[in-house]
Each structure stands twice: as C-alpha cells, then as structure tokens.
Design a binder for this molecule. Structure first.
Ligand code: 26Q
Length: 824
C-alpha cells in the first residue's frame, strides 16, 4: 500500500510502542480492571469490556499522537467530513482487527477464563445516526484512516443516540438511548479546544473611516462547544485519524444576574437551553422541517468545526490566509451542515477582515456537497423568520450570496424570470424559506450523488437548472462499505476461508476478491462455502429465536429486508408476497415448494404514522403465520426489534436473499445491498440506486431483477389503476381479500384501513401493486433456484467475488482523486 507507515516515519519525540504479546496485554488488562476501575474478574461484564478497551487505548494513543503530528506539519492539505451523523456502532472489535492484536487479546482473556467475543458484545452501540447516511460517514472514516488520508470527521456528541425500538403488542415503542450513561473509553475530552457559538442577538452596521462597512453581531446568547475526540484506526498501518464530536455547554454555570434577582429557575433554564443542543439525535431520515433546535444543531456543528479549522490554521500556518483554499476542503454530508457556506463567509469577512470577493473565492474553492436523496419533499428548507431570530448575521450573508447569484443567472438568461424564481436560494411565498440545497450548490465547487443512477437523475431533474449553469460541478461517487467491519469483523469464518485461498490482501484491496471466481466451480470450495453459510445462518437463527421467539430452520432460504421503514422502500410489497405464500399453503398449492424464513427489521420515524402501522402489520401477519400448524416450517416471518449496526453484523452473514425492492428512482444508493452482497447473499431487487451497479458487476444470471424502471415508473403514474391490476390478478385479489377481511386483525378492527387505502389509491406514489406480479414471479424463480443448492452456492460465491467495487476504499480514492486532492 502506498504511504504505509508514513505517520510514524516522521522524526518527532516518538512515543514508544507498547508490547502486544498476550502476557503484556493480560497484565495491563488486570491492572486496569483492579487498580483503575476497582473491579475483579467476576464483576459485571461491562467492566471487563472497559478494562480491555482501556488496555487497547494505550496502544492507539501512540499512533494517534504521531498521526496528529504528521498532519500538523506546515503545508499538509486536509479534508474535513462534516456530518450531523456518524453511525459508528461498536469500536472494540474493530480496533482489535485494525491493530492486529485480536489473537493475542483472545489468549490474554483466556488466561482469566474469559471469552473475548462475549466481552466485545458488552459495548453499547454508538448510534449517532439514523441509517444509511450516518453509517456511510462511519465507513468513510474507516477507509480514510486505512488509506492514510488526512481527513478529520466533525460531528455532534449526542447524549442520546437513535432511540431504542421496543415492540409492544406488535407496535413500535421508542425508548431513549442513553448510550453515555456508562463510561465511554473511546472518547478523549479536549476542553482546551472549546469554541464559542453565537445565537440570537442583532447586527449593527458601522462604517469605518476608510469607508468600509463592518458588521457587529451583538447581544448574542452564546453556547460553548466542547470537543470530544474519537480515534479512528486504519487497518494495520499505524494511522489513527480523528472524529471530533462537539458537545454543547452553557457559557457560565448559570447567570449570576438572574440568580441574584431571585430567579433561580430562569437561570437554570438558560443553562438547560444551551445543553439541549447536543442532547438528542433527530430520529427522522427525511428532513423534519422547521424545528428550531435542529437548526441550532446544524449551526452549532458548522460554526464550531470551522472555527476549529481556523484555530489549527493559525497554529500551523500563521495569520496569512492566502493558502487556505489550497490546503483545506470541507465535504458536507447532505444539506444538514450547509450553513457552513455562510458561516465560513462570516468568519472570513467579520473575523478575518477579508473582502467579500476574497472570502467568496475561498469559500467556493473549499466547500463540496454530497446529496443523498431524490425525494423532493425531503429537500431541507428553513423559514427566513427562524434565521432572522437565531442567526441574523448569517441571513444577511445568505441574502447577499443570493443577490449576486441571481445577477449571474440573469446575465446568462436575460429576462427569464421564471428561472430566477426557480433557482433563488430564497423561496418566495406566504412564508419565505431558505433552500439549503441551493445554498450548498451555489457555495460549492463539487456536487455529487451517491450512485450512478442517482447522480444522473439529479442533473436531469432536481438540479437541472444548476447543471445547465455549472455542469462542471456535478459528479458521481458511488457509495461503498468498509470490508473490515462488514466482512472481516462480521464474518470471521468466511474471512478465514477466503484468505486461505487467495491470501489476505483483499482486506485492504478489495478488487483482489475477484480471484474467488476461479473457485466458484470447485466442488470442495463450494461445500466449505455452504458450511460457512450454514454456521452463519445458525448464529442468525439463534438471534431470531432469542429476540422474536420464532424458529428459523437453517435449511430454509433466509430472506431478509432490514433498513429504515419507509413507504418508498416498500416493506409492504414484501408483506404482500409473504401473505401470498401463506395463501398458497392454505390452498394446498405447494408443489415445488421451498421453505422460507422471512426476516424484516427497521425503525420508523416516531411521527411517521403509516410506517409505524406497517410494523404492526408485519407483526400481526407473523403471528398468524407462525402459529398456524398447517404452515409449519414452510414459511416463517419475524420482525427483529431494534435493528442497528450490531444486529446487521450478525444478520448479513446469515442471509441468503437480500431484499432491495424500492420504487425505481427513489433509493439514492442503498448500502445494505452492498453488505449483503459481500457476504454472499443474492439480491432480489429493482433497477434502482446502486442495485444497478451491483447487477452490472455480478451479471443478471446472479441477480433477481424485477419491476418497473425509473422512467417507466414516471410514465405509469399517469394511468395507474390499482383496482384494474387486482381485477386481473387472482393471486393479488386473494391477498387483498385476506388483508381487507380482517384475517390479520380479527380483534383490532380497522387498524390496517389506512394501509389498504394507500395501496388502492391511483395516486400511490410508490406504485406498490404495479410491481406485485413481477415481484411474485421473481420470488418464484428464487425459490426454484434455491432448490439446486450447488447452483445457488455458485451464485453466492459470485456475489462475494464481484463485490470489489463496493469497498469505501474505492469510494474514498475517487473522492480524493476528483474532489479532495490530498497527498497520499
Ligand atoms: C434532516 C432535517 C431534519 C431532521 C432530519 C433530517 C435528516 C436526517 C437523516 C434527513 C435525512 C437523513 C438521512 C438520509 C439517508 O440516510 N439517506 C440515505 O443515504 C444513504 C447513503 O448515501 C443512501 O445509500 C440511501 O439511499 C439514502 O436513503
């Protein structure tokens, strides 16, 4: 690998490496457990996890310090990944792999008769994200460290992460996730780098003697941003990058004035207000418009991070900012942190005394924006009135950016007022809004989508006007996932088998996994591949038994759909198919039957009524099917509660069939699809998002494609008649009958009416019934294919072998080649 060991090659006051033999690890572990934590081996197991993590942390510290020293050298260009979400999951297991001391640690634990794997599962998931976008940020961090890229992640240290989902009588109930209640050994508080963030107040304008106007943002309510650093280790390369998470704190313990005036509760309240900013992650994976606290979070992150970069700049490079754009680049993860465009302008103009033109030159050469959605309703907008109240100086700057931008538009298209209205950063109307995506596009030099189709649809649709103005800004960066977590950590048996055949270079060079293709017809290899799959299915079946009390038989096909619950992802289509299979059993229509275990999991946004009702439907259908003796092992359905990163680590290795069935043109990319593929699952999917690239890579003989294409979906909308579809499809008629006659809700009359209505509506945006026949037919092809076990196993091997493109190492190399241009 290029640049391997680079950070350590710098001659600084080197911290000495600690010994990593099992004896030394055991000694350190025991010391942490007894002398630091005051516990002993028979204690609550969380402390065993903590003691081992502290032991490991000592090793990480050496490399972490060295990496910082290297990045702090004058002239080092750096990228900053700004994201409201980093869905990291657990860290211990991952660091053990990256530091290459898993075997030694296992041995060390054995000396105390402790099981390493059990200790690893004691860690709370860091659930600081909703789903795909947040997990992508975590995979990116892993790959950047592995590639020795100087990339710093900036995020928020939410006190409460993604809610814990409990299923109560089939309904989702949300419980708070207080993940920081016990110690977190993976963070290092850095109060010395605290930043002050302003809110509210007003702007005074003054003209200096030289005629220059200056803007004074005054009488603000300030909040402190305290950074907590999380180490991100690279794979066996001594690099440790940093994820810096900001925590909000009141400027004073509480206001003495209020306190002395006898208003104790007011004083405590304002302290609370400040600390609420980093209290909780918003659990919506589509924008929740207008919430003041969310806008505060966004500005809090943007301002703290940019000020921190300025601080480091002054420290490493001095006061002159003329090289700033040459040495810094900010990647904004969706529109969530894009207030950074205006904030950088503010810092450069108001704090660094720069002219507008110089500041704009820097801003538009350092900002880059990634879009993650095609749903127009999910594009972020904020009321101008809210900006006026919370961020008055930033609103002024946004107005000025917009005025200059619209001038450029009208000089290119004179007289085209419609275009001006369409493209304006400010949406006019009863309530004026700031369109964050437009601010991001105008302020950035790069705008990218996350899969080939998605990037194409962006320039053809959502951002067409902007593409006509600046075609050179737009590009595609197809997502990926990190093979360290999603193969090596999650699937040790498969890792072992692959490495035995092709060596272990594939772990940081996933293109190499292609070499597996030559084993796809090797009878002995196929047998061993099958055995590994069966072991992984057993592990998954045990989890399903434990959490759902449903028996999954490993000889059945394991058919899995796990992701956020959303209408466009069409969990409903999956349920309709399950009901169809159930109906076939009841009708004794079971020749050529393949036993099937269907697993569905995912969280619904707490305010998303239909999504929550879909969860209830899945659970009710599961109850009927699983308790019908006539069905037996032919068909099982389970809803796995509280789906998240750690669950996926067990789910994806044990899956045969990966469900990727979104309405074409709606799923920007998908990344679960890639995790399943890497672990040898075969996909049943629509022509959508990265499914298309998966299909290209693996070939149509190893993929079950069905359904309308994106352009067909749009054409179909105009004459979509679900009632006609039902009329002409006997299977669907029977499924709809079972649904509407109350077969799955005998004592809960009417609870699925809204779902049924949405399916029957000619305006159903997701065209679920339009794809029903194609889906059922594709599922029948799957069932038949699964009966030829060897042929299926070949497909499985081919899926893993063709997954090389979907490593985030490749994705990060592309970001670096086209956008960041960091030295490697
Ligand atoms: C915005 C404003 C207020 C509150 C919440 C939000 C918000 C939060 C999270 C909006 C969107 C999200 C998350 C979106 C997301 O996860 N998108 C997914 O991103 C993946 C990575 O690119 C893609 O693979 C998925 O296709 C896409 O749905």
């Amino acid at each position: 690998m290029t640049g391997k060991n680079k950070p350590c090659s710098v001659n600084i006051s080197e911290m000495k490496k600690l010994p990593t033999d099992s004896q030394s690890l055991a000694k350190d572990f025991e010391r942490y457990l007894t002398r630091h934590l005051g516990r002993f081996v028979g204690c609550v197991p969380f402390y065993l996890y903590e003691a081992l993590s502290l032991t490991l942390r000592d090793h990480i510290m050496t490399d972490w310090r060295n990496t910082w020293k290297y990045y702090d050298q004058k002239g080092t260009r750096k990228a900053y990944y700004m994201s409201l979400e980093f869905l990291i999951g657990r860290s211990l297991g991952n660091h053990l792999i990256n530091l290459d001391i898993k075997n030694e640690s296992k041995e060390a634990m054995n000396k105390f008769a402790l099981d390493l794997e059990e200790i690893i599962t004691e860690e709370h998931d860091a659930g600081l994200g909703n789903g795909g976008l947040g997990r992508l940020a975590a995979c990116f961090m892993d790959s950047c460290a592995t590639l020795n890229l100087p990339v710093i992640g900036y995020g928020i240290r939410y006190e409460y992460g993604m809610f814990r989902q409990v299923i109560n009588d089939g309904y989702q109930v949300e419980e708070p996730d207080h993940w920081l209640r016990d110690d977190n050994p993976w963070e290092l508080e850095r109060p010395e780098y605290t930043q002050v963030i302003k809110f509210g107040g007003h702007v005074d304008t003054m003209t200096e003697i030289n005629g220059k106007t200056i803007y004074l943002w005054r009488d603000t309510d300030d909040v402190l941003a305290i950074p907590y650093d999380v180490p991100i280790s690279g794979y066996k390369n001594n690099t440790v990058n940093t994820l810096r998470l900001w925590s909000a704190s009141a400027t004073n313990v509480f206001s003495l004035a209020d306190f002395n005036a006898g208003s104790y509760s007011d004083a405590v309240e304002s302290k609370n207000d400040a600390e609420h900013i980093s209290m909780v992650l918003y659990p919506n994976d589509a924008s929740e418009n207008g919430k003041e606290l969310r806008l505060k979070q966004q500005y809090f992150l943007a301002s703290a991070s940019l000020q921190d970069v300025m601080r480091m700049w002054t420290l490493n490079e001095g006061d002159d900012l003329c090289q700033f754009a040459a040495l810094n680049v900010f990647q904004m993860n969706d529109t969530h942190p894009t207030i950074a465009v205006a904030e950088l302008m503010r810092l450069l103009i108001d704090e660094k005394n720069m002219t507008w033109d110089d500041a704009w030159w820097i801003t538009t050469r350092t900002m880059a924006y990634t879009n993650h959605t095609l749903l127009p309703e999910a594009l972020e907008k904020w009321p101008v009135s809210l900006f006026e109240k919370l961020l008055p100086r930033l609103l002024q700057i946004i107005y000025e950016i917009n005025a200059r931008f619209l001038k450029e538009v009208s000089s290119k298209w004179p007289g085209d007022t419609n275009r001006l209205v369409r493209m304006s950063i400010i949406e006019e109307g009863d309530t004026k809004n700031v369109r964050m995506a437009y601010l991001a596009i105008v302020g950035s030099f790069s705008v990218n989508g996350v899969a080939a189709l998605h990037s194409q649809l962006l320039v053809d649709g959502l951002f067409k006007d902007f593409y006509e103005l600046w075609p050179e800004k737009f590009n595609n960066k197809t997502n990926g996932v990190t093979p360290r977590r999603w193969i090596v950590h999650s699937n040790p048996l498969m890792t072992q088998l692959i490495s035995e055949k092709i060596g272990d270079q594939w772990i940081h060079q996933l293109e190499d996994i292609e070499k597996l293709k030559s084993y796809a017809s090797d009878a002995d290899f196929i047998k061993r591949w099958r055995n590994v799959k069966t072991e992984n299915k057993t592990r998954l079946a045990d989890l399903v038994k434990e959490l759902c009390n449903v028996d999954f038989d490993v000889s059945s096909i394991f058919d899995v759909q796990v992701k956020r619950i959303h209408e466009y992802k069409r969990q409903l289509l999956n349920v309709l198919h399950v009901i169809h299979l159930y109906n076939r059993v009841k009708n004794n229509d079971t020749q050529d039957w393949t036993n099937r275990c269907v697993l569905i999991g995912g969280k619904a946004a707490p305010g998303y009524r239909i999504a929550k009702r879909i969860i209830k439907l899945i659970n009710n259908v599961a109850d009927v099917i699983n308790n019908d003796p006539q069905v037996g092992d032919k068909l099982k359905l389970a809803f796995i509660p509280n789906y998240g990163v750690s669950k996926m680590e067990i789910i994806c290795p044990g899956t045969d069939l990966s469900e990727q069935i979104s309405t074409a043109g709606k799923e920007a990319s998908g990344t679960g699809n890639m995790k399943f593929m890497m672990n040898g699952a075969v996909t049943i999917g629509t022509y959508d998002g990265a499914n298309i690239e998966i299909l290209d890579a693996v070939g149509k003989e190893n993929f079950f494609l069905f359904g309308l294409k994106a352009e067909e979906v749009e054409a179909r909308r105009r004459h979509y008649q679900p009632d006609k579809i039902i009329e002409h499809d006997d299977d669907l008629k029977q499924v709809m009958h079972l649904l509407s006659c109350g077969h799955f809700n005998s004592f809960e009359s009417g609870i699925f009416d809204e779902i049924i209505e949405s399916l029957l509506s000619p305006d159903d945006p997701w065209l679920t019934l339009a794809d029903f026949r194609a889906y059922v037919d594709a599922q029948q092809a799957v069932a038949l294919a699964y009966q030829d076990q060897v042929a299926w196993d070949k497909m499985s091997i081919m899926n893993t072998a063709c997954s090389g493109f979907f490593s985030t190492d490749r994705t990060m190399q592309e970001y670096n080649r086209d956008i960041w241009k960091l030295n490697t």
